[in-house]
Design a protein around this ligand. Structure first.
Ligand code: ADP
Length: 497
């Protein structure tokens, strides 16, 4: 198939969260299955890693994109995803994208976010047309590109030359919907007739995520459990009605892990590489290195927990904060890495001050340290309030670090709780709790500590985790089935659908 993946971020070019990992890994996996894939992202010069290879080159294509009452130029640059043949097209428009961060500054969204991403979405469609990519499907991701399905399916359908192209939208996190005041409607280039409660409007605002859900041929989200949760009032973030109405086109596909980035046998960040056969020597070496690096006592016998996270309400840091003092009365160590809301950062920094022999907190985004923590710790904490898929629990499984998670979203789909039955049938991979409460989290941490003291149980948990298939190959095949369905639906769709 000919597949265009449109996204506001993709590793290694720009990343704020899991979306960037998913887009690049999926693109590579689709390429390996023999499909022709293009990734289209905005060009953020200030986000690029140093020594990027291969370099980004001009493609000698530029064109005006109408936006409101004027037009802004889109200049196309191109490169390939490192380690693959996948072409990446970068849409350059410095006024929109040459900024120090992707979406916000000082905790405030950029005031022109609607304009920036309407521009980008319209540029994606125009790039497909001008470069004659003739995609069978355009796969949009999250609100930033959720206008694309509407551009393909609404009034422009006859003029884009993409009338048979299927439109797929993936919801990576429904909490971020791209909600803007109604006067931004003119930035979309679509007629005001679409601004109604069935299509682009929600609660009086322009809602780009809703727009994408309504106009796409198929909608996916990043785990089967999250696909069910978002159809409920508790998990639907106000769009549960729309999602329920479109449930026949809604599919949950669990993300995979990119083995080029996350594999303890080859990871260049680690003091010692290891696999399932050598984990008994490799992991203690990584643990000792991590303890030294973080300034914690280098002890092999102390259970060490890790947490790597955006510091946001979603991630369960409030319930963690409420039980930490009690947990820290035990003989444990904890490594925290993250950045985000100031009060969570301060809470974890304060714990390091209060327990300097037990807690190491690092504020900031540090890719290398994230790998070193995953390899060096014994157990990984992910007490999320909600979690569409989650990647770190899967990295933990692969690195032989036992995940401790709340039973929500993708965490429920990827971690099997430890019980006498799951130990006996050798499916147990971690520890889960249901209630969103510090009490339930604390009990589960204590359960984890008890299991840690039983070496046979712990070794079994590590080995079962490391044997899980978290590969993208499996998920990519499911996406291809969705693309085929989208294409078939597109062919059957009425002209102004
Ligand atoms: P989300 O997308 O909600 O932030 P995910 O678990 O899906 O959560 O993905 C988060 C990704 O970002 C993972 O690859 C994780 O390792 C990484 N990450 C988060 N915070 C940091 C940080 N402070 N330093 C390095 N990597 C981080």
């Amino acid at each position: 198939m000919r597949i265009v993946l449109a996204s506001s971020e993709a590793v290694p070019f720009a990343k704020t969260g899991g979306l960037a990992d998913v887009v690049s890994a999926l693109a590579k996996a689709l390429g390996e299955l023999g499909h022709q894939v293009w990734v289209i992202i905005p060009h953020y010069p200030q986000q690029l890693p140093r020594n990027l290879s291969p370099a980004i080159e001009p493609a000698n294509i530029s064109f005006p994109v109408p936006i409101g009452t004027r037009a802004a130029d889109a200049r196309i640059l191109w490169s390939t995803l490192p380690g693959s043949e996948v072409t990446v097209l970068h849409v350059d428009q410095p006024a929109y994208f040459n900024r120090p961060s992707l979406y916000n500054e000082g905790g405030r969204d950029f005031p022109d976010n609607c304009e920036r991403f309407c521009f980008f979405s319209r540029a994606v469609v125009e790039t497909c047309r001008r470069m004659v990519l003739r995609p069978d499907v355009i796969h949009a991701n999250d609100w930033q590109t959720a206008l694309i399905p509407a551009l393909l399916k609404a009034e422009h359908r006859k003029t884009t030359g993409l009338s048979n192209t299927g439109a797929v939208l993936t919801i990576h996190n429904l909490a971020f919907q791209g909600r803007f005041w109604h006067w931004d409607m003119h930035l979309t280039g679509l007629d005001w007739k679409y601004f109604n409660w069935r299509q682009m409007e929600a609660y009086g605002q322009l809602n780009l995520m809703k727009t994408g859900i309504v106009f796409s041929d198929m909608v996916t989200t990043v785990s089967p459990t999250y696909a069910r949760e978002i159809q409920t009032p508790e998990g639907g973030c106000g769009l549960n009605g729309v999602l329920t109405a479109h449930r026949d086109s809604l599919v949950g596909i669990l993300n995979g892990v990119d083995p080029d980035d996350w594999n303890p046998a080859t990871d260049p960040h680690l003091a010692r590489n290891y696999d399932a056969a050598t984990v008994a020597e490799g992991k203690p070496a990584c643990k000792a290195w991590l303890q030294n690096h973080l300034g914690l006592p280098a002890r092999a016998d102390v259970p060490m927990f890790g947490l790597i996270s955006r510091m946001a309400d979603q991630k369960g840091l409030d319930i963690l904060g409420q039980c930490l003092d009690e947990v820290l009365q035990q003989d444990v160590q904890m490594a925290f890495l993250g950045t985000g809301e100031r009060h969570y950062e301060e809470m974890l920094v304060a714990k390091q001050r209060d327990y300097p022999q037990k807690v190491a907190t690092r504020i900031g985004f540090n890719e290398g340290l994230a790998h070193q923590i995953e390899a060096g710790i014994d157990a990984f904490l992910m007490p999320s309030r909600y979690e569409p898929c989650g990647l770190n629990q899967m990295y933990s499984l692969i690195y032989g670090s036992v995940p401790v998670v709340r039973t929500v979203g993708g965490l429920a789909d990827s971690v099997v709780d430890t019980t006498p039955e799951t130990l006996a049938n050798r499916t147990a991979t971690g520890f889960r709790f249901d209630d969103y409460s510090s009490e339930a989290l604390k009990r589960t941490i204590f359960r984890t500590l008890e299991a840690y003291r039983n070496r046979a149980t712990w070794t079994q948990l590590m080995r079962t985790g490391m044997a899980q298939d978290c590969s993208w190959g499996r998920s990519a095949k499911e996406y291809v089935r969705v693309y085929e369905q989208a294409q078939a639906k597109s062919a059957a769709r009425p002209a102004d659908g």
